[in-house]
Design a protein around this ligand. Structure first.
Ligand code: CTP
Length: 415
């Protein structure tokens, strides 16, 4: 299959805000993944980035008005041909015009015509974002099936800081690709608290060494991203992870060891609606932590023979804490299983045994090793739930996998 067979037509709308420069990176990102991108800026966006830049990056002419290339009926054609319309950045003004159903430039006309997923990434000052007028407009768009991405927290233009920043282009592109894979953001988890552990724990051996694992934290971060986009309050309890951007709207709590992870998870889960243990937890820790760097060839030979003690099973502990009513009874607890098959049993067999052992409500089983899962950007496996056959999760990005896990959790809420 060539790129041409799989290439989708993406319309990238750009409104007039300082974050318009980030749209250039977004064009690049989408094109590098093989998609065709056509940029439709508003007139005011061109005050920030020139048409020539968008034309060179996208390889397509750029127009803003319905009165350009009238013979091609652009205001209808562009929207009809699109597989997705993405607007990044979307200003408060553009969001208001979309909510009012205006069609006074090529971008708003395109949105009115489009029947494909429309994804809006707002960027504005915190006050403008919190203003009831903007919030009402956002709610209107969401009610109509348009995805409005949660803005990131952080530095805005000038010295201000708060929600309103445009998420990073890679984050927006990932959401677009997940929607194109058929998983639309369902903004139905407002008021819910989701606690997710991610990355690997590290067990200190001496001041310079530790025992750890290869987890990158990507699956946990992808879950946090999707849960935050669904409207929930997300706490991400993260161990050692690759340098990943913190998902928009998620709060990061950093831990190092398994015992720190356990304390943080117990505390955060007290008022949680969903708890997900995606972290790769060190099962053992050194019996003793050396005060100074351990040396080779010493009499006790402590470096070549490590004495280890078992760590607590955090997931099992959370299930037990729920039984003792320390965690709300209706909280859905999700575990992961990292498995390799062997001559006796398949990875799925081992995962099913683990599911029974751990007592959680949902288990995402993945086959690990030989370049699979750990440190990779994609994942695959099975979702296990009591009383139903394993649900196969085909090979896909960690965000596509995250969307499927959260859909399974959402079904548990309906039961
Ligand atoms: N887990 C945990 N505490 C541990 C070990 C694992 O909470 N001490 C959680 C993981 O976060 C994951 C699930 O338990 O959600 C399964 O982890 P996994 O490493 O696959 O299994 P283990 O319980 O460690 O069993 P084994 O290593 O024997 O396969």
């Amino acid at each position: 299959m060539t790129d041409k067979d799989t290439s989708r037509n993406i319309v990238l709308g750009v409104a007039g805000g300082i974050a318009a420069y980030k749209a250039c990176h977004l064009v690049r990102n989408l094109k590098e993944a093989g998609d065709d991108v056509r940029v439709v800026p508003t007139e005011s966006a061109l005050n920030f980035v020139g048409a020539a830049t968008f034309e060179a990056l996208s390889g397509h002419p750029v127009s803003t008005s319905v009165f350009e290339a009238v013979d091609e009926v652009q205001h209808v054609n562009v929207g009809q041909r699109a597989d997705a319309v993405v607007i990044a950045p979307a200003t408060a003004d553009l969001i208001a015009r979309l909510a009012a159903g205006r069609a006074d430039d090529l971008l708003t006309a395109t949105v009115l015509v489009a029947t494909c997923p429309v994804i809006v990434a707002p960027a504005m000052h915190t006050e403008m974002w919190h203003n009831p007028a903007t919030q009402d407009n956002v709610a209107t768009l969401r009610r109509r099936g348009i995805t409005v991405i949660e803005p990131a927290h952080g530095r805005l233009t000038g010295k201000d800081s708060g929600p309103g920043r445009l998420p990073e282009p890679e984050q927006i592109a990932e959401i677009v690709r997940t929607e194109l894979a058929g998983y639309r953001v369902q903004h139905t988890w407002q008021g819910k608290k989701v606690v997710i552990s991610a990355g690997g724990t590290q067990e200190e051996l001496d001041p310079v060494r530790y025992l750890g694992n290869r987890s990158s934290g990507r699956q946990g971060f992808a879950l946090a991203e999707w849960a935050a986009q669904m409207g929930s309050k997300v706490t991400l309890v993260a161990g050692n992870t690759a340098q990943l951007p913190v998902p928009s709207g998620a709060e990061l709590r950093h831990i190092v060891s398994t015992r720190e992870l356990e304390d943080a998870m117990r505390e955060e889960s007290r008022d949680a609606d969903v708890v997900i243990m995606a972290a790769a937890v060190s099962d053992f820790r050194p019996a003793q932590v050396a005060e100074s760097k351990m040396k080779k060839g010493q009499a006790d030979d402590a470096l070549s023979t490590l004495h280890l003690v078992e760590n607590p099973d955090v997931l099992k502990g959370l299930v037990a804490a729920r039984e003792r009513s320390e965690i709300p009874a209706e909280c859905v607890i999700v575990g992961f299983a990292a498995e390799t098959g062997d001559a006796q049993k398949s990875a799925l067999d081992y995962a099913q045994e683990k599911f029974a052992r751990k007592g959680c409500d949902v288990l995402m089983a993945n086959e690990v090793g030989r370049g699979k899962t750990f440190g990779q950007k994609s994942n695959e496996g099975w979702i296990l739930r009591p009383g139903s056959a394993p649900q196969r999760v085909e090979h896909g990005s960690k965000q596509v996998v995250a969307a499927q896990i959260l859909l399974a959790v959402n079904e548990m809420f309906q039961v």
